[in-house]
Design a protein around this ligand. Structure first.
Ligand SMILES: *[C@@H]1O[C@H](CO)[C@@H](O)[C@H](O)[C@H]1NC(C)=O
Length: 328
């Protein structure tokens, strides 16, 4: 049937077709926008995760050139007058703290095996200081007691939280200290060697040198009782450490504390593509880049990760393919 103009053409006005977005019901429009946004976000997250995981292939360096690696290890071994005595200390199980979601239960043994085998291979002592935990505080605080208990017998004590794993056992602790301090004269070294993440100094992994300054510093740290927190993922020991370090005078900081310019020298965090991580990446891209775990890094720290047990199982699997290690 042919279209006929309406009888009264004056009452008819031709209208331009409305643009698509005007014709779609607002709810549908909202859904389409949300879907595109989520798709873009998912793409950005996957791309970021891939990029960050391979930071070292994209030219990131966790230590100054020539400090870490096989040639550097050999040179360092020659240069050392006396090999420092180093103890690696941790608690193999922190199941009492951190609540259900962040539970370490079942992680302890796997992680302890990883560290024991690394320490054994390198000639360090690995100590599980679980028995030293003071029940009067969240367990994380007792890392101070653990370090104090070993300091009299070792040149350096290397504390590492239970949710950390050595991912590249070819890197020695001496070479890490060398890179962080800039020389091998450990008698003239700073007393505390730490890393910073996007929140500041991290108390999960650090080196302490045997000295009067260290003894006193550990005592003062333990005495910062006002920072103790119960019933939270935070226990307060890290905040106390930050308070102390950032409260030091410029001279004291220079003389006694070395903060590695690169977090990934010995304390890399996995980048998990959550919205929070994306936002943090956008807010502090440089700090994230310096600290993100990439293949080849020395140590992985599951800081703030919820399902640690699953992570550790996957990592151990992965390590066996990348760095075949003798089982004890
Ligand atoms: C830490 O506290 C104890 C007990 O209150 C005290 O005896 C000690 O002198 C304090 N140490 C430092 C270095 O402040």
């Amino acid at each position: 049937m042919a279209m006929r103009p309406p009888a009264s053409s004056s009452s008819f006005r031709w209208q331009k077709p409305r643009p698509l977005h005007r014709r779609l019901p607002p709810l549908l429009l909202l859904l389409v926008s949300a879907a595109s946004f989520l798709l873009a976000l998912a793409f950005a997250r996957a791309a970021a995760a891939g990029l960050l995981r391979h930071a070292n292939s994209f030219g990131r360096r966790c230590s100054p050139e020539g400090y870490v690696g096989e040639e550097a290890e050999a040179a360092a071994a020659q240069q050392q007058r006396r090999r420092p005595r180093i103890a690696m200390v941790s608690f193999s199980d922190e199941a009492e703290g951190g609540g259900r979601l962040r539970s370490f239960r079942g992680v302890g043994e796997a992680v302890a095996g990883n560290k024991r085998s690394y320490a054994g291979g390198m000639g360090y002592r690995y100590v599980d200081a679980r028995k030293l935990v003071d029940p009067g505080r969240p367990p994380s605080w007792s890392k101070i007691l653990a370090v104090q208990s070993l300091l009299p017998r070792y040149d350096w004590v290397f504390w590492n939280d239970a949710d950390t794993m050595v991912m590249n056992p070819s890197i020695s602790l001496e070479s890490i200290l060398h890179a962080a301090i800039g020389h091998m004269d450990f008698d003239k070294a700073p007393d505390l060697v730490v890393t910073e993440d996007t929140n500041g100094v991290n108390a999960g992994v650090f080196f302490v040198r045997r000295s009067k300054w260290s003894e006193r510093f550990l005592q003062i740290w333990w005495n910062e009782t006002s920072f103790i927190q119960f019933g939270s993922t935070k226990s307060g020991d890290n905040d106390a450490l930050k308070h102390l370090i950032y409260g030091l005078s410029e001279e004291e900081l220079q003389a006694h504390v070395a903060i590695s310019p690169m977090q990934c020298l010995f304390n890399s965090y996995p980048w998990i593509p959550t919205l929070k991580s994306v936002l943090r990446l956008l807010a502090s891209p440089k700090a994230t880049w310096n600290g993100v775990y990439s293949d080849g890094d020395f140590l992985l720290h599951l800081a703030g990760v919820d399902d640690k047990r699953k992570w550790v199982a996957n990592l151990i699997e992965e390590m066996h393919t990348v760095w075949p290690m003798k089982e004890k």
